[in-house]
Design a protein around this ligand. Structure first.
Ligand code: XLS
Ligand code: MG
Length: 346
């Protein structure tokens, strides 16, 4: 195992959420962006992730000049805090015009809105000095299978990505797949789908992916295999580590919380692919439990990083020679136990 990567960490303002769920209101008071940035700095994280409207609230109500001014102010604020913007993502799932999807809406005016909004997201990223755009295709799918044409939807997705690539020759796009929620079925559920879609665009070199552990688990996949698959193509440009207990709602649990061994295998995969060597960040897309008290508000982030770093140690001390002998002998029962005992320690 290489032992030289020093990982850099980040999270987004939404990862300090207030506890609301579909069944109840917030359980913690709303906090300002500055408070969230202060927490990120206090915890010693290196970067922040943004949605376009995390960076410039009410993007759609603002002129291009306002958008430029506000994002440059934010850039200065980040610089003063010694923090960089890792990604910017268009939030295409809140606006009434994205009720039926963004790029794949059945209404052409709504599709145009989604594209226009994405180009403005790229402008914000530029003002922030960031060249990585994340597309979580939240509502690109259907609730009722017959309500949308999946074949045509692929063309719409490619056309939208092509417009973004043409808008700015320096940006790169990382597609973040998820198989369901909020949709019944999503059009881009896995990394294989994301990379296949990338290959249809005008500049596939600039279209890669972002893996979220919970999204892979919801697709019934092992996130470590998704990491190895994406890295085989040189396409893993960002990462949302978290955890998920089975096929339920998107839980965004702390990394390793539900299945330590699955978490360990993700870290092993990151290490063998030298994730981070080209400047990539490890983001924790985790949420505080609804029950979390104000004074414990950042624990899920601190714990995720702590678990990650402990698993890096476990990956770097993994008895590989011993494991290889067992593999050569096809003694997978002993290999299984070796992994468990390594994780449990002495
Ligand atoms: C949802 C996603 C979303 C993206 C950014 O699970 O994590 O927040 O990361 O749009
Ligand atoms: Mg995510």
């Amino acid at each position: 195992m290489p032992k030289d990567i020093t990982y850099k960490f980040c999270f987004g303002p939404w990862n300090l959420s207030e506890g609301q769920d579909p069944y109840g209101p917030p359980t913690r008071p709303v906090q300002t962006f500055d408070w969230k940035l202060g927490q990120l700095k206090r915890l010693g994280f290196d970067a922040m992730m943004f949605h376009d409207d995390d960076a410039v609230p009410d993007v759609d109500g603002k002129s291009d000049a306002q958008l430029a001014r506000e994002s440059k102010e934010l850039r200065k604020k980040l610089k003063d805090a010694g923090v960089v913007a890792e990604i910017v993502a268009p939030r295409l799932w809140f606006d009434p015009r994205t009720i039926d999807g963004g790029y794949t809406s059945n209404d052409p005016k709504c599709r145009q809105f989604a594209i226009r909004r994405s180009l403005r997201c790229i402008d914000i990223a530029n003002h922030l000095g960031c060249n990585l755009i994340v597309l979580w295709l939240a509502r690109e799918g259907s609730y009722i299978r017959e309500s949308k044409n999946a074949r045509r939807s692929m063309d719409y997705l490619v056309a939208a990505i092509d417009k973004m690539l043409a808008h700015d020759k320096r940006i790169r796009i990382a597609i973040e797949p998820k198989p369901n929620e909020p949709m019944d079925v999503a059009y881009v559920p896995t990394i294989g789908h994301a990379l296949a879609l990338a290959s249809l665009t005008r500049d596939p070199k600039r279209v890669g992916c972002l893996i979220e552990s919970a999204h892979a688990l919801l697709a019934g996949l092992d996130p470590a295999d998704e990491i190895d698959f994406a890295c085989s193509f040189g396409k893993l440009w960002s990462l949302h580590l978290n955890d998920q207990n089975g096929l339920k709602f998107d839980q965004d649990k702390p990394f390793g919380s539900a299945n330590l061994r699955v978490a360990f295998n993700q870290v092993l995969a990151l290490e063998r692919n030298r994730y981070g060597a080209r400047g990539e960040y490890v983001a924790f897309d985790v949420h505080p439990f609804r029950t979390t008290k104000v004074e414990h508000w950042t624990a899920h982030l601190e714990n995720s990083r702590r678990t990650f770093l402990k698993l890096v140690e476990k990956a770097r001390t993994y008895p590989e020679a011993q494991a290889n002998k067992l593999i050569a002998d096809r003694n997978y029962a002993a290999l299984d136990q070796l992994v468990l005992e390594h994780l449990m320690g002495r």
